[in-house]
Every structure is written in C-alpha cells, then in structure tokens.
Design a protein around this ligand. Structure first.
Ligand code: FMN
Length: 269
C-alpha cells in the first residue's frame, strides 16, 4: 500500500502521517497526543496548559536573548568610505540587542595598479565571503563612486552572490547604502539609486534614511555629503575628510537601520 495520507478525519487521520512525521512526533500522530476526545484521559489532559502570561513571559525572554546581527560591508580605496563605515558601526551598536560587524570586500586590483593609483595599504578589517551575507539580519553596503555608480570591486563581490540569489537567501533582509564621491554632482544620489537594482534582484528591502536625520539634512552653508538615500561624504582631491556632520549622519544611519532590522526580526524596538 502506498505510504501516504488518505482523505480521513480525526484520530484516523493522525495515524496516517508520513513515516518522517510519525518519527518526529515520537511515533504517534501529533493530533492523537494533544486532541484525543475519543480516548478518554490521556497524557495531554495532565499537562498544564500555558497561560497567556506564561506565553508573554517566554516570548519576552526569547526576544531579550535574541541577537540582531547587522553587517556593514564596504569597499574603500582611500579610506573615506571606511571612515563612514566606522561611524555606522557605532550607530548600529548603540541599539540594544544589536551586534554589528564591519567587513570589507576583497580587492580586485593588483599591488602594481594600486600603487599607481596611490592607494594606501588596506586596514585590518576582515574580508567577507558572499555566503556570509546570509548570516546577517540586516546589511549596510558602502562604496566609493566610479563614474556615478558603485566601484567595480563591490560589484564584483555582488556578482559572486549567485548562489544566494538562486535560493533567495537574502530576500526580506533590510539593507542600507552609503557612499563617497570626489565632487558635488559627482554621483551621490546616482550611486545609491543604481545600487538599488542589486538589492531588488535579491529581494532585499531598501532602507533609505529619508529625512530622519533632521535639521542636518538641510545644511547649505557648509559642504555636506549624504542624502535621503544614505550617508555620504566628498573626498575632493583625496585630502578632504568626512566632516563632523557627515559622520553624525553616518552614525544616524547605523542606528536607524539597526533599529529597523531589530523591529523586523523581533517585532520590538
Ligand atoms: C576610476 C575612478 C572613477 C571615479 N569616478 C567618480 C565620479 O564619477 N564621480 C565622483 O564624484 N568621483 C569619482 N571618483 C572619485 C572617487 O569617488 C573617490 O576617490 C572616492 O569617493 C574616495 O572614497 P574612498 O576613499 O573610500 O576610496 C572616481 C575615482 C576613480 C579612481
């Protein structure tokens, strides 16, 4: 006889579970253990039912213990994006229950080319493998602009995420974006906007910061990078460093995105 459930009701149905299901529920149907109106008093009737306050207590404890993982993943050739990343890390870690980690993506250029481009040695921040992205509850991606869009090093990293795409392992994960350009009008918004296609194909949820940073968003007297898409800075000829306000916006983005990630994972803020 074929070993599969047939149309039936009540305890009969419970006896006809797949072998694997039977094994899972200890060799007996789950329904026969919990609901057995025709079998008189059973083990189920002597197990005290949890009260709603027990359930609340257990859920509350589970949420309190749950670690929310936020990965800040970036590429930086001259250190500007890395400075923003460090502030984003602080902001994300300021949210209770959040454990944020910095990762950089691997370099694709050789030492000779990097030398000609005047790139300093890389920091000690560890490299990430594409598969590790799946371990994060939330992601914040950062890169410098190359001709108005993300640097090829970051694109090469994302091009290696085909396995994650196939299983849609990143779908539903919140993700933010931050960036650095050389000049004003050099691509702050276009860099973020064109990066959204990457999130979209993975099914990730783009988390812009909007105007939640407040008054700093309207700064016009001093040069300020960043936008509703995310934190940003201007490198200029390379000597300009992120300003206090740009770093504050980066901190804000970390805190804000970590808060959204926590809310999505635990249902609480
Ligand atoms: C090949 C190349 C293309 C670039 N294209 C742009 C650009 O389109 N717009 C811009 O403002 N800056 C551009 N830049 C400047 C970089 O964005 C700048 O070096 C970077 O923001 C510095 O960030 P980092 O210190 O994290 O590497 C370009 C730089 C290189 C090397």
């Amino acid at each position: 006889m074929e070993d599969r459930p047939v149309a039936s009701t009540g305890s009969e149905k419970a006896q006809q579970l797949y072998p694997a299901q039977r094994a899972y529920w200890g060799g007996r149907g789950f329904h026969s253990l919990v609901f057995s109106p025709l079998r008189g008093p059973s083990e189920a009737s002597i197990i005290p039912r949890p009260t709603s306050s027990d359930l609340y207590h257990h859920q509350h404890q589970a949420v309190a213990k749950m670690v929310v993982k936020v990965y800040i993943v970036y590429y930086s050739m001259y250190g500007h994006v890395e400075k923003l990343a460090e502030e984003i890390l602080k902001g994300a870690n300021s949210v209770e229950g959040v454990e944020a980690t910095l990762y950089q993506v691997p370099e694709t250029l050789n030492e000779e080319v990097l030398g000609k481009m005047g790139a300093p040695p890389k920091s000690a921040v560890p490299h990430i493998l594409p598969a590790q992205l799946a371990d994060a509850d939330g992601l914040i991606f950062g890169f410098p602009t190359r001709y108005g869009m993300m640097a090829a090093q970051f694109k090469a990293f994302l091009d290696a995420t085909g396995g994650l795409w196939r299983t849609q392992a990143l779908a539903g994960k919140p993700a933010g974006i931050f960036y650095s350009t050389g000049s004003q009008g050099g691509g702050q918004e276009t860099t973020a906007l064109t990066a959204i296609t990457q999130l979209t194909h993975h099914g990730m949820l783009f988390v812009p910061i909007g105007y939640t940073f407040g008054a700093g968003m309207f700064e016009l007297d001093a040069v300020k990078g960043g936008s509703p898409y995310g934190a940003g800075t201007f490198a200029g000829d390379g000597t300009r460093q992120p300003t206090k306000l740009e770093l504050e916006q980066a901190f804000h983005q970390g805190k804000y995105t970590a808060g959204i990630t926590k809310k999505l994972k635990t249902g609480s803020i």
